[in-house]
Design a protein around this ligand. Structure first.
Ligand SMILES: [Zn+2]
Ligand SMILES: [Zn+2]
Length: 178
């Protein structure tokens, strides 16, 4: 089972959309439970942004026994020190990832999100989860594992893994034996 952990109040449509795509792409069932609510430990006061790597460390400590992965859905602006911002971050081959609605929903509340923005956020959620299954960035522009520099790039890519990434994912799931 893959656990979806919303942070703060989030659109049910978005959560359902992410759950459905996780089940379709990865073949695992999902559950929704908030394991982490307060992100103040990750706030960088100078940047007024949240350090996503610190969020991942905290999430890993919250992994319930029955879950093989956690994806947190944040609504704050995330960063890693070498970049101005990130849409999300994942532990490559690890257990946790996070995606944020902040940039992808252009600063609006996470409670009411139109379909265009839901599609974007769902794609980036699947992308981050892909990294936890050891998938790296893919040169194929339509592949969901393609690295996107801006929201238009996200809109342009498909919601599918390319054939190469699909085979890599199948191999990794077989190797995990879960
Ligand atoms: Zn990535
Ligand atoms: Zn690919």
């Amino acid at each position: 089972m893959i656990l979806i952990s919303p942070i703060g109040e989030l659109s049910g449509e978005l959560i359902n959309g992410i759950a459905a795509e996780i089940e379709r792409v990865f073949g695992y069932s999902t559950a929704v439970d908030c394991v982490l609510q307060d992100l103040s430990f990750a706030l960088d006061q100078k940047r007024n942004q949240y350090h996503s790597t610190m969020i991942l460390e905290q999430l890993a400590a919250c992994l319930p026994h029955r879950a093989i992965r956690i994806i947190a859905i944040a609504q704050v602006d995330l960063f890693i020190p070498i970049l101005t911002h990130v849409y999300g971050e994942a532990q490559l081959g690890g257990t946790t990832c996070v995606v944020s609605t902040f940039r992808l929903n252009e600063g609006r509340s996470g409670m009411n999100i139109s379909q265009k923005y839901i599609d974007r956020i769902v794609k980036e959620a699947i992308h981050e989860l892909g990294h936890t299954f050891k998938l790296r960035h893919c040169p194929e522009e339509a592949c969901i594992m393609h690295y996107c520099r801006n929201e238009e790039d996200v809109d342009r890519k498909s919601n599918e893994l390319c054939r190469y990434c699909k085979v890599m994912l199948e191999d990794e799931i077989k190797r995990m034996g879960t």
